[in-house]
Design a binder for this molecule. Structure first.
Ligand SMILES: *Cc1c(COP(=O)(O)O)cnc(C)c1O
Length: 486
């Protein structure tokens, strides 16, 4: 493809993307294809002779689009939202147009400098303490691929810090602390690093948040048997139910354990701190006081296209101590002088994508006010849904709604409690068979429930009303079938 062919194909691509967004509403939310559908449709190897780009572009429409689940669909309420804005799309396009691996400052100065600036902007937007700004030159922010990568980096840094201060401790003695509600990224970090993980218990009456007392007890128990907890992965806004660990209590509990690194995973909820009214629900004061590292995914509920996991640390030196390997060919004048950030020492890979460009586009284009409005609108939609659920005689909230997430289930009074899981599985299986709405299931200490997470920018009040109407219809059919079979 030459430059003029690119120009033509590029205009066509933008036109087709616009058509996609105009037609999104009418598409099924979840893809309707069967496993293996694509292998049947594509040849087994690379074509011997290069093909015409128009044919390839047409095949995208014909073969790939039908296999996509439309996360931007107004009736997509599953998992958590995945941000996608036109500014973000264009940011990706420009970033890839000057494709480069930006591993250190001189590899492309703008990549490093813009990342350091937008992570400072984002830190201010969320109200993070100035200790986390790059401009502090002590702490700083970095854009990682995912919250899972952010945790992995935090655990690696925590481990290096712990072992440097306790050289007598062996790897086998180390323990990562999570809770039973921590995202699977905690277990995965243990798996990848070959470290044990202890999931601390949390309870229904604490809304699944970790209490300081439970942490203190675990620290004492492990201390007594010679195990060495060195990091706690705490959560603000858990995946299952939006649970928030009691960070102020946790901070006080770890005051006598200065070597326990506190990582706060706020992958989904953290961006809501752009609105002052959601800062304390997200425990911002405690994050600022106690967290060694903090992560939130702007690619979820924060308008910046995947991947865009923002991570901040209080002491950048901890990352560098753990991850800096500088062979001769990576040495630079500025790196040696320590006058620039070399982001290769802040994450696992060497090369990295120019992720900050789309962040810069999106944050400038929305501004603080636009960003806040989007967050507030989605919370408002969720509140409307939660209100319908809580006022209904047949549904019940399982935990209080948090921000833009509602966890609920069918609870008709006529049915004994021990039948409710079975009933709700039948209810959910009806919901998940529909193509016009997407939700997810979860289990909270043995209670099967259904999650509705609002976040797609196109979701309106009517979509919420329609979602509730679908719940009522499917509940009626589920209950009728239940009565007939029992
Ligand atoms: C989504 C989510 C994750 C996982 O995020 P990735 O970026 O896909 O790794 C982790 N923790 C919480 C609380 C989440 O909501």
């Amino acid at each position: 493809m030459d430059i003029e062919q690119f120009r033509k194909a590029g205009y066509q691509a933008i036109d087709r993307i616009c058509d996609y967004y105009y037609s999104l509403q009418g598409k099924p939310v979840a893809s309707q294809v069967e496993p293996g559908y694509l292998r049947k449709a594509l040849p087994p190897s690379v074509p011997t002779v290069g093909e015409d780009f128009q044919v390839i572009a047409d095949d995208y429409q014909k073969l790939i689009l039908p296999g996509l689940t439309h996360w931007q669909h107004p009736s997509f309420f599953a998992y958590f939202p995945t941000a996608c804005t036109f500014e973000g799309i264009l940011g990706e396009l420009y970033a890839t147009s000057a494709s480069n691996p930006g591993f250190n400052w001189s590899a492309s100065p703008a990549c490093t400098e813009l990342e350091a600036i937008v992570t400072d902007w984002a830190a201010k937007l969320l109200g993070l303490d100035a200790a986390f700004y790059n401009s502090s030159e002590v702490g700083g922010g970095v854009v990682q691929t995912t919250a899972s990568d952010s945790v992995l980096v935090a655990v690696v840094a925590a481990r290096a810090r712990y072992l440097s201060q306790h050289p007598e401790v062996s790897m086998e003695e180390l323990v990562i602390y999570t809770t039973t509600q921590t995202h699977s990224l905690g277990k995965k970090a243990g798996l990848v690093l070959g470290l044990s993980v202890r999931a601390l218990e949390v309870s229904f009456q604490d809304n699944f948040g970790l209490r300081g007392e439970a942490l203190r007890k675990a620290l004492e128990e492990d201390g007594a048997v010679g195990r060495k907890p060195f990091v706690l992965i705490a959560t603000v806004g858990s995946t299952s139910s939006g649970a928030v660990d009691y960070l102020e209590e946790i901070g006080q509990a770890v005051a006598s354990y200065p070597f326990l690194w506190l990582h706060v995973d706020a992958a989904w909820a953290g961006v809501s701190m752009a609105c002052p009214e959601y800062r304390e629900p997200c425990q911002l004061t405690a994050v600022n006081k106690y967290a060694d590292s903090f992560c939130t995914n702007f690619h979820k509920w924060g308008l910046i296209n995947f991947d865009s996991s923002f991570m901040w640390v209080r002491q950048r030196q901890n990352l560098i101590n753990a991850l800096d390997i500088t062979p001769e060919f990576l040495r630079t004048k500025h790196g040696d002088a320590g006058t620039v950030i070399d982001y290769r020492n802040w994450h696992l890979g060497l090369g990295r994508r120019f992720r900050s460009l789309k962040a810069w586009f999106v944050l400038r284009s929305y501004g603080v006010e636009g960003f806040q409005k989007y967050i507030r609108d989605t919370v408002k939609h969720n509140e409307a849904f939660a209100k319908l659920i809580s006022e209904s005689a047949q549904f019940a909230l399982v935990v209080p709604p948090f921000l833009a997430l509602t966890v609920f289930r069918l609870e008709p009074r006529s049915l004994p409690k021990d039948k409710l899981n079975e009933l709700n599985r039948a209810f959910y299986s009806r919901l998940s068979a529909r193509s016009d709405i997407a939700l997810t299931q979860t289990d909270l200490n043995g209670t099967f429930c259904i999650r509705l997470a609002v976040g797609a920018a196109r979701t309106t009040e009517e979509d919420i009303t329609r979602a509730y109407a679908i719940m009522c219809d499917e509940a009626a059919v589920t209950l009728k079938e239940w009565d007939e079979s029992s």
